[in-house]
Design a protein around this ligand. Structure first.
Ligand code: PLP
Length: 342
């Protein structure tokens, strides 16, 4: 990862800090409570020197993913006038679901703009929460254009999926809880897409424990933040179908917060093949009894592939569970090899 100065990129507005993340935790507590951090015996056993591997189960959140944290933290800070007009977002699914959930909690309208790549189960989940869905174009960028139009022409407030202080602070409560619950943790492994989760987690974890290593994981194909970190500035990549569909989409060429944060605080980026993601999903189902979507399984994939360096006391953020039954079947039939089901 190159380290030249980032000043030539828009960085208006400071990143959230530990205090912002603590405030977020207090603000959202009565809506979602605290997430579980549980030891994985299957993964700990295999590690050299008695590694201790724990799973931060964001799959247990009411919307099936951590994104409800950031959405609630943002929506709960809107004014009465803003709430009266409603909120809007673009999303590969889980953020849209989270915004719909948060909007329902405070009794406001949510419009969710999605691209055609989004699986039907995620669309159903949003409409089931009372959110209005608009399908536009074939990628995040098209969906984003529709969001802009709705903010300008209909006065809705955008709740962005990652590049927003309140959203980052909300996601940071994941890191806060991990270090509070397990002060001895030395590595936190986090799925990476737009970088809201990894930014928040890194800010909280490193503020409480500066030596903590933060490892970000994404799919090898179509990983915008990984490509941007490599290039030294935000770049676009072609969006391609992947098992980790929640990790698709760009980081925005005008990225304000998460590129800077990821560049500053992510210690290592691991890229996984589709096969490695499938193996991680199969492990979670067969060895841990957990249904996890591809995006949520990538930290396990990085560990299983031996790509988490010095893995001793490692927290894996299992970020979401929202996968359709077809994909589950495909993963189990393709990845289930003799010996893997133990
Ligand atoms: C959004 C999402 C991610 C990635 O979060 P970013 O903040 O965009 O990096 C990871 N896993 C799941 C399940 C998600 O929905």
């Amino acid at each position: 990862m190159s380290k030249e100065p980032v000043e030539r990129f828009p960085t208006d507005g400071a990143l959230p800090d530990l205090d912002d993340i603590r405030s977020a935790a207090a603000r959202i507590a009565k809506f979602i409570g605290r997430g579980a951090l549980v030891k994985s015996h299957a993964l700990s056993r295999g590690g050299a020197g008695g590694a201790d591997i724990r799973l931060k189960l964001e799959t247990l959140q009411p919307t099936g993913a951590f994104k409800v944290r950031g959405a609630l933290n943002a929506v709960l800070q809107l004014s009465r006038t803003e709430l009266d007009a409603g909120v809007v977002c673009a999303s590969t699914g889980n953020h849209g679901r989270a915004v719909a959930y948060a909007a329902a909690e405070v009794g406001t309208r949510a419009v969710v703009c999605l691209s055609r790549l989004v699986p039907q189960n995620k669309i159903d989940a949003i409409t089931g929460l009372g959110g209005e869905v608009r399908i536009v174009g074939r990628g995040q960028d098209d969906a984003q254009r529709e969001v802009l139009r709705l903010t300008r022409e209909e006065g809705l407030t955008e709740i962005p999926p990652f590049d927003h202080r309140d959203v980052i602070a909300g996601q940071g409560t994941v890191g806060l809880e991990i270090v509070e619950d397990w002060p001895d943790v030395d590595t936190v492994v986090v799925p990476l897409s737009g970088g809201g989760l990894v930014s928040g987690v890194a800010i909280a974890a490193k503020a409480l424990k500066p030596k903590v290593r933060v490892v970000a994981v994404c799919m090898a194909r179509g990983a915008a933040m990984a490509a941007s970190l490599k290039a030294g500035h935000p770049v676009d990549v072609d969006e391609v179908p992947t098992l980790a569909d929640s990790l698709g989409g760009g980081i925005g060429l005008e990225n304000r917060y998460t590129f800077t944060a990821a560049r500053r605080w992510v210690d290592d980026v691991v890229l996984l093949s589709e096969h490695e993601i499938a193996a991680a999903m199969a492990h979670l189902m067969l060895a841990e009894g957990l249904v996890v979507e591809g995006a949520g399984a990538v930290p396990v994939g990085a560990l299983l592939a031996g790509r988490v360096k010095d893995a001793r006391r490692v927290a894996l953020v299992i970020s979401g569970r929202n996968v359709d039954s077809e994909t589950v079947r495909a993963v189990l039939s393709g990845a289930l090899e003799p010996g893997e089901a133990s």
